[in-house]
Design a protein around this ligand. Structure first.
Ligand code: GAL
Length: 664
């Protein structure tokens, strides 16, 4: 039996290590309120069998905990907390505030959000709360306070999980008032706001704060700077909700870490900003098992989450089998759950958890898999879960260790928001797709990547790539210039440095300092490409975008056809590169691999087969085989495989979805 989690107050700041205590956490969302109490005992037996050492309780339990306004029913949760403690399973206790009980909307319609068309988001689903509603916030604080007071000293409690996937927008009246307050704080005067929003265009000048609204249904395009600020405001308001609850639980349990789970690469919240306020950065990750690039999508989110955490992070949710929210929902083929779970560990996760423990028989997610599927204990899903639990126990030594990357990929939510506006030149050149394409090129070149914000210190990286940073602050531009001046190699993709923080296009169509850096004399026109269209260039084909520019750079690769024939497509000026198109995947990989090698950034291992991902975490080398046919990997020297206990000398063969974790 796993030892009971420690909850003795300590003076050290709470981190994920406070909860892991040198282990890897394994478990998931546990929603026992959906089941009779006999099932709870069965659950405990199976959890022990599977090596589960952590469960998240209470995520959607508000109606059960507060059946009537102000009433409390903690009896069932008391019994569960005790049961978990007796079983040696730690509890990540959630505040239930993402799904208010039906009585709240009925008695307090002001708690319900409205969309841009003025439609109310009613109860009957989940996340039907307005971040701006004072009533909602009051109820949320009260239930959080009572939960924290009641369980602060419970020995099963290891971590707090605030709300769930904060993601709501609200365009209603209370949100409008909050938006005005937020804008006043940002701009101080109406003049400053009118300038920032460019309200001279289309007669939008505001003469009073009261005239300002969230972007609501309008006859034609909304003001893009207003939309941008509304996104910033929404992220900040949701953050305020999180902070209010975090501060309550922290007051009761300063020795325990607090998290809230992000959705992967989700547009709604500025995860860099949020991560600063979390003790543990956690994420939910659901790549499509049929997606040929599902593993890369996973790697991208894992790299980003690790970078936000600046160390180990928590995989809060993944699916043991199918999800139920795609058009067609595929199960995970044999071995894939294990492979992707170990991939998360390789890329820095100290916790591998699922939504959810036991697959529901009712409700909107009854066809979403669980660790215990409808097939039960004998089902393949649970059998694979058991194997993963057993293997994670062999990997505890990895807990707390880090990953060193030579390459950083820059990403910024504000820039993404500005780049996604209506009224842009191409909806094909979608920011996340471009980001994925660049990460994929580096991932396939076996280069380990971190993510960073354009204003972060980049000094430790040999190579910094900017797939697309449409809007950059002056500070960020200064940061990039300083990075190159100090010897770094920088590669930027198209539509970088176009706008400032207000989404105002910089003179010349790209910041002058950046143009000088890349050797661009004049940027005449942007030439976006249609879906599927390519443009012939020197040795490769470009996709999505092209540019008509004049340059004086050290090295160029030219467009070879059409209107832009002979003009530069790719430029290198000193250690700064600019790609005015998105090269096809092979070409982008080749180009970035070459630049990385010139910059001194090495692949994890030389000569890796295409389907094998390699990651060094601490002193361990993880090899992850994404293909189905056996492959042999050359690993010079003698190693100990932690998963099999065997000695590996110079080469190892990995079968379908095989994994090895080698210690030198
Ligand atoms: C997550 C959510 C879970 C569950 C899961 C299904 O977004 O946090 O509660 O709905 O998706 O994939």
């Amino acid at each position: 039996m796993t030892p009971a989690p420690e909850t003795e107050p300590t003076s050290a700041p709470a981190t994920l290590a406070t909860a892991t205590r040198g282990r890897l956490l394994f478990g998931g969302d546990y929603n026992p309120e959906q089941w009779p109490e006999e099932t709870w005992h069965e659950d405990v037996r199976l959890m022990k069998d599977a090596g589960v050492n952590s469960v998240t309780l209470g995520v959607f339990s508000w109606a059960k905990l507060e059946p009537q306004p102000g009433e409390r029913d903690f009896g069932w949760l008391d019994r569960l907390m005790d049961l978990m403690h007796e079983a040696g399973i730690g509890v990540v206790l959630a505040t239930p505030t993402s799904a208010p009980p039906p009585w709240m909307g009925r008695l307090h319609p002001d708690t319900l959000p409205r969309d841009a068309d003025g439609r109310i988001e009613w109860w009957g689903g989940r996340q039907h709360f307005s971040h701006s509603s004072a009533t909602y916030r009051r109820y949320a604080a009260a239930i959080t306070e009572d939960l924290a007071a009641r369980y602060a000293s419970h020995p099963a409690l290891t971590m707090w999980h605030i709300n769930n996937e904060y993601c709501t927008f609200d365009h209603g009246d209370e949100a409008a008032a909050a938006f005005r307050r937020w804008l006043r704080e940002r701009y101080g005067t109406l003049d400053a706001l009118n300038t920032a929003w460019g309200t001279a265009f289309w007669s939008q000048g505001y003469d009073t704060w009261d005239g300002i609204l969230p972007p609501r249904h309008a006859h034609y395009l909304n003001n893009p700077s207003q939309v941008l600020d509304f996104r910033r405001f929404t992220s900040d308001m949701l953050l305020e909700c999180y902070l209010a609850e975090r501060d309550i639980v922290r007051r009761h349990t300063p020795h325990l870490p607090v998290t809230t789970n992000f959705m992967p690469l989700w547009i709604g919240v500025d995860a860099w900003r949020w991560a600063e306020e979390e003790d543990v950065v956690s994420v939910d990750l659901y790549p499509d098992p049929r997606d040929r690039l599902g593993a890369q999508q996973g790697a991208l989110v894992q790299d980003m989450t690790r970078s936000q955490a600046r160390g180990p992070w928590m995989l809060m949710e993944q699916a043991a089998g199918p999800v139920n929210w795609r058009g067609v929902n595929h199960p995970k083929p044999r071995g894939l759950n294990r492979l992707w779970s170990l991939q998360a560990v390789a890329r820095g996760a100290d916790a591998v958890c699922y939504f959810q423990w036991r697959q529901s028989r009712q409700g909107a997610e009854k066809f979403h898999s669980g660790m215990v599927s409808h097939a039960g204990e004998e089902g393949r899903t649970f059998q694979e879960v058991k194997r993963i639990g057993a293997e994670l126990r062999r990997l505890h030594e990895v807990s707390g260790t880090g990953i060193t990357a030579d390459v950083a990929i820059l990403h910024d939510w504000h820039s993404w928001w500005a780049a996604t506006q209506d009224g842009r030149l191409s909806t094909e050149a979608d920011h996340p797709d471009v980001l994925r394409a660049w990460h994929r090129a580096l991932w396939q070149a076996h280069l380990t990547t971190d993510f960073a914000h354009p204003e972060h210190d980049l000094g430790r990286y040999k190579l910094v790539v900017v797939p697309q940073a449409y809007a950059l602050t002056d500070t960020a531009i200064g940061n990039l210039l300083a990075y190159v001046a100090q010897g770094g190699t920088l590669v930027c993709g198209f539509l970088t440095g176009v706008a400032d923080q207000d989404d105002r296009v910089r003179p010349g169509g790209m910041d002058a300092r950046l143009r000088e850096l890349f050797g661009i004399r004049t940027l005449h026109e942007w030439w976006p490409l249609d879906a599927g269209e390519t443009v012939e260039c020197d040795g490769f084909r470009g996709t999505l975008w092209s540019e008509e520019l004049e340059a004086e750079a050290d090295e160029t690769l030219a467009y070879k056809a059409g209107e832009l024939d002979g003009l530069p497509a790719v430029l290198r000026n000193g250690r700064a590169w600019y790609l005015s198109t998105l090269p096809e995947p092979e070409a982008l990989r080749g180009l970035l691999a070459r630049i990385a090698s010139e910059a001194g950034a090495r692949p994890v291992l030389d000569g890796l087969p295409a389907d094998v991902e390699a990651v060094r975490r601490g002193e361990l080398l993880f090899l992850l085989h994404h293909g189905r046919e056996p492959v042999t990997v050359t690993v010079p020297g003698t190693h100990h495989d932690l998963l099999t206990g065997e000695t590996v000398t110079d080469r190892i063969t990995l079968g379908r979805h095989g994994v090895a974790v080698l210690r030198p």
